[in-house]
Ligand binder design. Structure first.
Ligand SMILES: [Zn+2]
Length: 341
């Protein structure tokens, strides 16, 4: 390495270290701030799960094993006051936890619900309506099913698109993992029509060697109805096509938000009062989405970034903590950290 190169590398390392310590300092200050706030107002931590089943591979890391889930619920039930997402959250006498699920996978009914009923823990299930009863996988599973497998693949994949068109090396599994990560990121930014066109292109490229797998299916109408009938479950909306609302114009957003509410209400025969934004990070929805959710008659909407809920938190951007397939010790340690993050 030349003297100049080593000097550049030293500067870069110093910059990285300063950034890391600044970030660490910010976290410490925020943590102290949150501890103080918790003294004047009991906080609520909202957990978000997606799937409860033994699942491998799980590239999205969204499945929690039934055994781990049972232990999570056992701990939460024994340690905290458990509220419902749609409850009145006033006059708390102690910190509280809320349990939510996103997407509407069949395993929510088959695996999670019996555990919740046995433990007597209430949960709210935000369900995307477009997949109910179709047996069709969500687009991220279709992507994974086509790309993350061994076999003979063409050496290049060319995405035909006026704005996002690009070519990737795709012969090896390692290369297809990178292609999967790139397309997954891009597909979160586009509307459902564009995404379908890309999935069609991939389907032709892989010779259609992928079918819908039962383990990734959404719940059927009957399963949704039985979930809604449980005293421990409440149904919330999660759009129709599970697209990032910020990628859609107002008319498309309105359709996603209003139709999902109406279709769920028609199916379960109950009012659907709550909503969660697909993907749920700040960049995945907009001020228009928040306004439309208010206008549609929802009382609360859940986001997907960490934070605690206080009296002053915006009820239409409620932070949630994503739960991974942690054993109970890790879950307890993570949950403790959630009270200050
Ligand atoms: Zn979702």
């Amino acid at each position: 390495m030349s003297a100049r190169k080593s000097q550049e590398s030293l500067i870069l390392n110093c910059a990285r270290t300063s950034y890391r310590s600044a970030r660490g300092a910010y976290r410490s200050v925020r943590s102290v701030g949150n501890r103080f706030l918790n003294l004047i107002d009991f906080p609520i931590v909202i957990l978000v799960y997606h799937r409860v089943m033994e699942l491998a591979p799980d590239p999205e890391m969204i499945a929690v094993s039934p055994e781990n889930f049972r232990r999570h619920m056992d701990y939460v039930k024994g340690k905290y006051h458990v509220l419902r997402f749609e409850d009145e959250w006033t006059n708390l006498k102690e910190p509280a936890v809320v349990v939510t699920f996103d997407d509407g996978y069949a395993d929510n009914v088959l695996e999670a619900l019996p555990i919740l009923e046995e433990m007597e823990v209430p949960a709210t299930f935000f369900v995307s309506t477009g997949h109910i009863g179709t047996g069709q996988e969500f687009w991220w599973h279709r992507l994974e099913g086509m790309l993350l497998q061994d076999g003979e693949f063409p050496s290049l994949f060319k995405l035909e698109d006026s704005r996002y068109g690009r070519i990737w090396n795709a012969a090896s599994l390692e290369q297809r993992k990178m292609l999967y990560a790139s397309l997954n990121r891009l597909m979160q930014k586009v509307d459902p029509d564009r995404r379908e066109k890309w999935l069609d292109q991939l389907g032709k490229w892989t010779n259609g060697a992928h079918g819908d797998r039962d383990r990734h299916r959404s719940m059927t109408q009957e399963e949704l109805k039985s979930l809604a009938a449980s005293p421990w479950a409440t149904i919330g909306a999660h759009t129709v096509t599970h697209s990032a609302l910020s990628a859609l114009d107002e008319k498309q957003q309105r359709r996603e938000i209003y139709s999902s509410k109406r279709d769920l209400e028609n199916l379960i025969g109950k009012e659907v009062k709550t909503f969660s934004y697909p993907f749920g990070r700040k960049q995945d929805y907009s001020r228009i989405s928040v306004r439309l959710c208010r206008e549609a008659g929802f009382i609360r909407a859940a986001s997907n970034f960490p934070g605690q809920v206080h009296r002053w938190t915006d009820p239409f951007e409620l932070p949630r903590h994503l739960v991974r397939n942690w054993n109970v010790d890790t879950f307890v340690a993570e949950l403790r950290s959630f009270w200050t993050r």
